[in-house]
Design a protein around this ligand. Structure first.
Ligand code: PRP
Length: 182
């Protein structure tokens, strides 16, 4: 639904969970981890749209080694269990990933179902390696057997918005990560 009422929009923000400043501090550490882990290796940072677009933009600027970026957009369907899920690729990478060490850059891992299907698809393309880095990890909600290689923040089971994460396509442009008032 298209929203134009600013007061109603702002009333959706319950409280700040992680400030923009805290995010940037952890991004600097994550950038160093990437620099150390991938020095001398062909690196491709893969972002899953739309949620991770702001995070990738900041993260890649904290990386000082050569790297490429790529984008995917997917639509997932689930009927009950993880194994019965499938994912359609709406936007695919341009690169032949068999030439690269691939680091998936996600905004949030919730049930983990979407990312486990995406990771499976990417693994079938035989990258030199495949790892997952996520801004937010919500392990309480996990259904798929998926663990990130690097998580900047572990959060409780609350609905979060901001810094790329949306509710009905709004709030992605908030500089902080906030709890949505349900
Ligand atoms: C969100 C998020 C992850 C996924 C995590 O994307 O960006 O990709 O959900 O959920 P899961 O771990 O339970 O599978 P969403 O489908 O909201 O699309 P968006 O990135 O375009 O906001």
């Amino acid at each position: 639904m298209i929203q134009t009422d600013k007061d109603a929009y702002l009333s959706g923000i319950e409280r700040v969970l992680i400030s923009g400043g805290e995010i940037q501090q952890e991004i600097r550490k994550a950038g160093k981890w990437i620099d150390m882990s991938y020095a001398g290796k062909p690196l491709l940072l893969v972002s899953i749209l739309k949620g991770a677009f702001i995070f990738l933009a900041d993260l890649c600027r904290a990386v000082t080694i050569p790297c490429e970026v790529g984008f995917m957009q997917v639509q997932s369907y689930f009927a009950g269990t993880v194994s019965s899920g499938s994912v359609d690729i709406l936007l695919d990478l341009q690169q032949d990933i068999s030439q690269y060490h691939v680091l998936i850059v996600e905004d949030i891992i919730d049930t983990g179902r979407t990312l486990s299907l995406v990771a499976e698809k990417l693994r079938s393309r035989k990258p030199l390696s495949l790892k997952i880095l996520t801004l937010l990890d919500k392990p309480e909600r996990r259904e798929a057997d998926l663990r990130p290689d690097y998580a900047l923040f572990t959060i409780p089971d609350v609905f979060v918005i901001g810094y790329g994460l949306d509710c009905g396509e709004y709030y992605r442009n908030l500089p902080d990560i906030a709890v949505y008032r349900t």
